[in-house]
Design a binder for this molecule. Structure first.
Ligand code: HEM
Length: 188
C-alpha cells in the first residue's frame, strides 16, 4: 500500500485526514511532501523535517491556508511522557504472534531489534486491516529499515540493510522508544 487510494485498507487516508496539520488546502501540499519522502526511503526524522519545511512555506503566507497549517502540530504523534521502565521478559516469536491485533481484547505488540513494544494505544494504525498491521505480532525490523510495507520484508533479520536503511531502522527504534513501553524481548 503506497498511496491512500491504493489496495488494502484506507487507513492512510483516514490518518491523514484526521491529522490537524493536514487541513484545508494544506492537505495536498503536505501529502505530496510526505509521500515523496517516504517512497524515497527517507527516515522518520527526514520526513518530519520535510513536513515542517512545507509547513513553514505555508505559514509564511497570511491567508487561510497559512493559518490552517499554523494551527496544526507535527505530523508525527508526540512522544509519551509517562513510559514505564523497560521490561526484559522473554517472549517467544509464537507468543508474540498472538499479539498481532486480530483479537481486539488483547494488546498489540511490535518488536524492533528483538525488543517488544506495546502499541495497543494505536489500533487505528496497527489493528487488524490497518495500514501498519503488517508490523504487528512480530519483529519487522527489516521492513522498517527498508521503509517497506510488503509482508515479505516484515522480518527480524535486518542483516541485509545498507547504511541508509540502518539509519532509518535506528530512527524508527528511537521513535518507538519515545512513545511505547517495552514489555519484553524476543527469544527463540
Ligand atoms: C504514502 C506514504 C506514507 C504516508 C502518507 C505516511 C503517513 C504517516 C503519518 C501521517 C504518520 C503519523 C501518524 C501519527 O503519528 O499519528 C505515519 C506514521 C508511521 N509510518 Fe507512515 N506514511 C507513509 C509511508 C510509510 C512507510 C512506507 C512505512 C514503512 C516503514 C511507514 C511506517 C510508519 C510507522 C511505523 C509509523 C508510526 C506509527 C505510530 O506508531 O505512531 N510509513 N505515517
Amino acid at each position: 500500500m503506497s498511496n491512500p487510494s491504493g489496495s488494502g485498507s484506507g487507513s492512510w487516508y483516514e490518518t491523514l485526514t484526521s491529522t490537524p496539520v493536514l487541513i484545508a488546502t494544506a492537505v495536498g501540499v503536505s501529502f505530496a511532501a510526505i509521500f515523496a519522502a517516504s517512497s524515497s526511503g527517507k527516515t522518520p526524522e527526514q520526513i518530519k523535517t520535510q513536513a515542517k519545511e512545507v509547513k513553514n512555506v505555508a505559514t509564511s503566507s497570511t491567508d487561510a491556508k497559512g493559518k490552517a497549517a499554523q494551527a496544526g502540530a507535527s505530523i508525527m504523534s508526540a512522544p509519551a511522557a509517562d513510559l514505564a521502565p523497560p521490561k526484559d521478559d522473554p517472549i517467544s516469536a509464537s507468543t508474540l504472534s498472538q499479539y498481532d491485533g486480530s483479537d481486539p481484547s488483547k494488546p498489540i505488540y511490535v518488536a524492533i531489534k528483538g525488543r517488544v513494544f506495546d502499541v495497543t494505544a494505536k489500533p487505528e494504525m496497527y489493528g487488524k486491516g490497518k495500514g501498519y498491521n503488517i508490523f504487528a505480532g512480530k519483529d519487522a525490523s527489516k521492513g522498517l529499515g527498508m521503509s517497506s510495507l510488503n509482508l515479505e520484508d516484515a522480518v527480524s533479520d535486518y542483516s541485509s540493510l545498507n547504511e541508509t536503511q540502518m539509519n532509518s531502522l535506528n530512527q524508527w527504534e528511537s521513535f518507538f522508544e519515545k512513545r511505547y513501553n517495552i514489555v519484553g524481548k524476543v527469544v527463540q
